[in-house]
Design a protein around this ligand. Structure first.
Ligand code: ZN
Length: 161
């Protein structure tokens, strides 16, 4: 069986940045995803298409095929510190859920001045070329329920409450 749309695929993976720093890994608990439903970044999904169980490969995905380039308009300076009520001490690197017209998204504090902070709403891996070492563990047909949900269920997949 080959990887194509509507297959549930289990992979082990190791993700490193351009300097070889480990960013993420499956750590022996394979990730299950539904192929062809944007569960993975586009560049990685493209590399996986047509692979079979047991295949191993290494691929470097450019930023534009991964989490996109950093977007300046997602960086907001001059945010009043009062916005962070209930936080004892603001520090660079802290992550918060922010609400905007587009819904909730994660922002990180990148600068702190006397009265205000700068927050960055870019994905933490935006602008980065990413290298994946991947091993394909298993491929199966997705159930109709998985296809209608747009993700894999079961071990390594989406867990419903
Ligand atoms: Zn589901």
């Amino acid at each position: 069986m080959k990887i194509e749309i509507n297959k549930v695929v289990q992979i082990n993976y190791l993700l490193t940045d351009a300097d070889g720093n480990q960013m993420d890994a499956s750590n022996g608990e394979p990730l299950a995803y539904l192929h062809g439903h944007h569960n993975l970044i586009p560049g990685l999904e493209a590399e996986l298409t047509g692979k079979q169980a047991g295949d191993k490969f290494t691929a470097t995905i450019p930023a534009e095929e991964a989490y996109g380039e950093k977007q300046d308009h997602l960086v907001q300076s001059g945010v009043p510190k009062d916005m962070f009520q209930g936080v004892e001490k603001l520090e660079v690197g802290m992550r918060f859920e922010a609400q905007s017209e587009q819904g909730f998204h994660s922002v990180v504090i990148t600068e702190i001045s006397e009265e205000t902070v700068t927050v960055d709403g870019n994905h933490e891996m935006a602008g980065m070329d990413l290298t994946f070492e991947v091993e394909v563990i298993d491929i199966r047909d997705a159930t109709e329920e998985e296809i209608s949900h747009g993700h894999a269920h079961g071990a390594g997949g989406h867990q419903h409450d």
